[in-house]
Design a protein around this ligand. Structure first.
Ligand SMILES: [Zn+2]
Length: 73
């Protein structure tokens, strides 16, 4: 008896995880944490202070209040 459905679900989970992006980036670049293709197409705006992932439209981090640099005045 096989669990094809479970395997498919697990594959989806892995592909959506940030972990696989890190592993893939490491394979490509040799550096841990480097996100190769994914960040080239759409870099995720992040809080410079706490690292929270943002929409890219915030003037301040909703978590820690750090002014963001991606909104031009
Ligand atoms: Zn923050």
């Amino acid at each position: 008896m096989t669990n094809a459905g479970n395997i498919q679900k697990e594959m989806n989970r892995i592909q959506n995880s940030e972990e696989i992006a890190n592993i893939f980036g490491k394979l490509v670049s040799g550096r841990m944490g480097y996100k190769a293709v994914i960040d080239v197409t759409k870099p995720a705006p992040k809080c410079e202070k706490c690292g929270k992932i943002l929409e890219g439209t915030e003037k301040f981090c909703p978590d820690c209040g750090q002014p963001t640099s991606f909104v031009k005045k």
